[in-house]
Design a protein around this ligand. Structure first.
Ligand code: ADP
Ligand code: DP6
Ligand code: CO
Length: 372
């Protein structure tokens, strides 16, 4: 018996212009466009395996080894049924598809033109980083889910087409279908058909930009992104100002900065937008606090680091940004990363060794600062 199975992993993306607010909660249509960088290392990824089989009695999902209920009409159910719909359309359009089209996993031949769209699916997903802690697990998670079903179903869909579906799992997930610098165009249509992700520039355009992830807390956040942003839409007057008068200009300016590799402008806008997003959370009734004292100390540290550089005639050297949680992401040109890590280590001694993908420090981590 052939096995129909595919495994795909997807990385997180961290927004520079934040998505926060929905105009349609069912279709997940945002109140503003957003822009992010997809991380390209292996540290923050969701890996998802999907399998279709005639013997399965129902669709089922395991998240990090535990069954995660697929609620009727919920986001998981929507993504799965949308992917089955694409497969059905594909089967209808390709009645003469070759019997065997490709090998997806070793020793497993995939995709006759069997109507696997009618089979139930079992999906297992594992995150190699904290789930629901403000490190964009929903983005990597739904991007990996949709991508693994696209591979299972052998669909010729483009990343933008798949982003229309992953968007309905979690808004930020539409941007993880692309690598590099990615915009989610909010769109105007009521059916959401123009609300998808597009590439602003590939990773290779600006390889010098690196991201440093500072895990301040890996516990689950108190207010999920979904419920937090809904409360903001309902109660925050500042959000209305932001979506009308601030974000459209910032989207244009940061896209230009990326295309011109202008780190100074990129960094200023990124920090401003993170600050405004957290201001909007605070402007919500009751207020939402995603950052903690350590988060704020890191902001102070980076602000001081940049001030010292600019006052001595240099440039901005780093940009912080925080999603809906206390964890910092610092974007910086590669040449500054070692200095920034040492700075952070000197103020916040670490209990865990530094993950050093670029070999900046050698085996021992930042010298003298690692606490056993
Ligand atoms: P985060 O800041 O980590 O994105 P959210 O509150 O936005 O937190 O979303 C967390 C939720 O996303 C989880 O409770 C789960 O429902 C979903 N999720 C996270 N990882 C995955 C995954 N790998 N596959 C499917 N769903 C996932
Ligand atoms: C602060 O995409 O997690 O990370 O669409 O309700 O699943 P849902 O929310 P989600 O919100 C992300 C918010 C953010 C900013 C961003 O990633 O743009
Ligand atoms: Co999320």
């Amino acid at each position: 018996m052939p096995v129909y199975q595919a495994t795909v992993s997807a990385p997180v993306n961290i927004a520079c212009i934040k998505y926060w607010g929905k105009r349609d909660t069912k279709l997940i249509l945002p109140t503003n466009s957003s822009l992010s960088v997809t991380l390209d290392q292996d540290h923050l990824r969701s890996t998802t395996t999907s399998r279709a089989d005639a013997s399965f009695k129902q669709d089922q999902l395991w998240l990090n080894g535990k069954v995660d209920e697929i609620k009727e009409g919920g986001r998981l159910a929507t993504c799965i049924s949308e992917m089955k719909r694409l497969r059905r359309e594909f089967e209808e359009k390709n009645p003469n598809e070759p019997k065997v089209s490709r090998v997806l996993v070793p020793a497993i031949m995939h995709a006759h033109l069997l109507q696997i769209s009618s089979f139930h699916v079992h999906i297992s997903s594992v995150n190699n980083f904290p789930t629901a802690a403000g490190l964009a697990s929903s983005a990597a998670g739904f991007a990996a889910l949709v991508s693994s079903l696209a591979a299972l179903y052998n669909l010729p869909a483009t990343p933008s087409e798949l982003s229309l579906i992953s968007r309905q799992g979690s808004g930020s997930a539409c941007r993880s279908l692309f690598g590099g610098f990615v915009a989610w165009q909010m769109g105007e249509k009521a059916d959401g058909s123009d609300s998808y992700a597009v590439e602003v520039a590939p990773r290779e355009h600006w390889p010098d930009i690196h991201a440093l992830i500072c895990v301040v807390s890996d516990t689950k956040k108190g207010t999920s992104s979904t419920s937090g942003m809904q409360r903001t839409v309902e109660t925050s007057p500042l959000l209305q100002h932001r979506i009308k008068h601030v974000v459209p200009e910032r989207m244009k300016a940061i896209s230009k900065a990326i295309l011109e590799k202008d780190f100074d402008t990129f960094a200023r806008i990124t920090m401003q937008d993170s600050n405004q997003f957290h201001a909007v959370a605070l402007d919500t009734d009751p207020p939402i606090f995603y950052m903690n004292d350590v988060s704020r100390s890191i902001i102070a540290l980076i602000t001081e680091y940049n001030r010292a550089s600019v006052e001595s005639g240099g440039k901005i050297k780093a940009a912080y940004t925080y999603d809906a949680g206390p964890n910092a992401v610092i974007y910086a040109p590669k040449e500054n990363i070692k200095e920034i890590v040492e700075l952070i280590y000197s103020y916040f001694p670490q209990t865990e060794p530094f993950k050093d993908p670029f070999g900046l420090f050698g085996a021992a981590g930042p010298k003298g600062k690692v606490v056993d």
